[in-house]
Write a protein that binds this ligand. Structure first.
Ligand code: AMP
Length: 276
């Protein structure tokens, strides 16, 4: 495994790598969801590079950034075992050099849902993803459907900047009780962890009601979330177009997305509906 820490090293590695090259961006605290992306890239690409960088620019809350779990050595071992040939672990100053002043400002799919709840979040995501895609020039980049709005934002970014990369969205990996794997799950206590399972149940209830229309689906999802008032505070539950993130008009792929707060931890999840 090659450990790369500068963009110059990343570029040199990518230009010598056997193609196709797959890139898997992560913020670490690696779990089976991240590893499923690495494994898929390793199956589909001759070379797989993962990146490990807790991006301060995409945190709207300093406490969330400070509490974000970090375990670089453990992460490196897991990523390599899953099939990563190289891991890019840049220091913050490498990504945001002294005097840094260039940001990707996202509109469109970045504005509602997470974008409304976390101002600046997707500008931070788009800026780091653009830097990684330009730096590594991969043939394919792998993202999790768990962050479905992020997938839509990255697809928009790649189309708008004309970056020559295929964006691949991989299915959400879940615990046996349905909770989507997330690095933040380890911050939940036992009661919160139990209550958090309502998130996936609520999305399923919403999906089951889709036949009665978009409003019924959202209402069923909200009603199921409201059954855990002691543990969950609902931020949003919305049925949106999977590409634009605007309210679903009954055509094309839809995404039923919800965000809740459990104690100080914010959890998001979604289901893709009506997709081919
Ligand atoms: P993060 O480290 O949270 O930025 O996540 C890195 C990548 O892993 C993103 O593309 C996420 O969407 C993806 N990911 C996170 N959790 C899951 C999951 N439970 N299943 C599949 N992919 C995931």
């Amino acid at each position: 495994m090659e450990r790369l820490t500068t963009f110059a090293e990343l570029r040199a590695y990518a230009s010598a790598a056997a193609r196709p090259l797959g890139l898997v961006p992560t913020m670490g605290a690696v779990h089976a969801g991240h590893l499923s992306l690495v494994e898929r890239s390793a199956r589909e690409c001759a070379t797989t590079a993962a990146t490990l960088f807790v991006n301060p620019a995409q945190f709207d809350d300093a406490g969330d950034f400070a509490r974000y779990p970090r375990d670089t050595e453990g992460d490196l071992a897991s990523l390599v075992e899953a099939g990563a040939d190289a891991v890019f672990t840049p220091p913050e100053r490498e990504v945001y050099p002294e005097g840094f002043a260039t940001w990707v400002r996202m509109g469109g799919p970045a504005l509602p849902l997470e974008g409304a709840a976390r101002p600046g979040h997707f500008d931070g995501v788009a800026t780091i993803v653009a830097k990684l895609l330009i730096g590594a020039s991969p043939d394919a980049a792998y993202f999790g459907q768990k962050d479905g709005q992020q997938v839509a934002v990255v697809r928009r970014l790649v189309a708008d900047l004309g970056l020559p990369v295929r964006v691949i969205a991989a299915p959400t990996v879940r615990e046996a009780d349905g909770l989507a794997l997330s690095s933040r799950n380890r911050l939940l206590n036992a009661e919160q962890r139990r209550g958090a399972t309502a998130l996936h149940r609520a999305l399923q209830a919403g999906a089951a009601a889709l036949g009665e229309g978009a409003e019924a689906a959202e209402a069923a999802c909200r009603a199921a979330l409201a059954q855990e008032p002691q543990v969950l505070v609902v931020d949003y539950a919305a049925l949106v177009d999977a590409e634009t993130m605007e309210a679903w008009d009954g055509r094309g792929a839809a995404m039923l997305a919800a965000a809740v707060r459990v104690g100080g931890v914010r959890l998001i999840d979604n289901l893709l509906l009506n997709a081919d």
